[in-house]
Design a protein around this ligand. Structure first.
Ligand code: MLT
Length: 255
């Protein structure tokens, strides 16, 4: 992995493939390695940038509170560093919230948007409260609390579940807490999506136990030009559970 210093953090990323720039953003509380199986179906068409978001993987942790917009500024800094003016930006779940924050703040830098197992609405009050409760549980008992609660909901495939449990446990306490609070405070993106003037691709599993497939259908309602790939028997991790199909959908961004 490469690392750059930006916005007072070290941001780690991988760069793979050749073609149009595509940033692939991991979800919570994971890192860039979730895209591994999908990358091999994308690297002939895209110049892939796979960052570890602040607080995750090989990137720095930050103790003070930050927002989705701060994380979007990290991505803009990465593009600046690589002299990339515009890119396709696709995110998984929380990575989708971040891709939307990026589109809101830097619309002129977007070639297209991909949302994998993600959604548009902000957290309702009970969900927001639950995030803060989880954050204090993690501060008290460690990241294992989230690994135990989330891994079984990410996928119903046992080998993947144990791989993801390990991946979550390897993440830092500060990163998990920081991201929980950033997600709790994120903006609603429903009105943003209806005004987008670039291609939008959606990928969602019909067995997603964390974000139901109806959320992806709602994006289509808000943006009828968006292309939606619904994956049968796939949970919250299409890029691991159905990598070929996920890559196929993301290639539809290049029209
Ligand atoms: C994710 O997979 O990134 C998170 O579960 C999203 C969320 O908690 O809203």
């Amino acid at each position: 992995m490469e690392t750059i210093s930006i916005n007072n953090i070290n941001l780690a990323y991988q760069r793979r493939g050749r073609g149009a720039p595509l940033v692939l953003i991991h979800g919570f509380p994971l890192d860039h390695t979730i895209w591994e199986r999908t990358v091999r179906f994308l690297d002939d068409k895209f110049d892939l940038l796979l960052p570890d978001l602040r607080g995750f993987g090989g990137s720095s942790t930050v103790e003070s509170q930050y927002s989705m917009e701060d994380m979007a500024a990290d991505l803009a800094g990465l593009l600046d560093h690589l002299h990339i003016e515009k890119a396709f930006v696709a995110g998984h779940s929380m990575g989708g919230y971040l891709a939307l924050a990026f589109a809101r703040r830097y619309p002129e830098r977007m070639l297209g948007l991909g949302l994998v197992s993600s959604q548009l609405p902000a957290d309702p009050p009970d969900r927001k409260e639950g995030r803060y409760k989880t954050a204090s549980d993690v501060a008290e008992k460690g990241v294992v609390v989230v690994a135990d609660a989330m891994a079984p909901k990410l996928t119903s495939k046992p080998a993947l579940e144990s791989q993801l449990h390990k991946l979550i446990q390897n993440q830092s306490q500060a990163g998990v807490i920081g991201a929980l609070k950033a997600m709790a405070e994120r903006s609603d993106s429903t009105s943003l999506v209806s005004g987008l003037r670039f291609p939008v691709v959606l990928v969602h599993g019909d067995k997603d136990a964390l974000i139901p497939i109806e959320r992806a259908r709602e994006v289509r309602t808000a943006q009828p030009d968006a292309q939606l790939l619904e994956l049968a028997d796939v949970g919250h991790m299409p890029m691991m559970e159905a990598p070929f199909e996920t890559a196929w959908a993301l290639k539809q961004l290049i029209r």
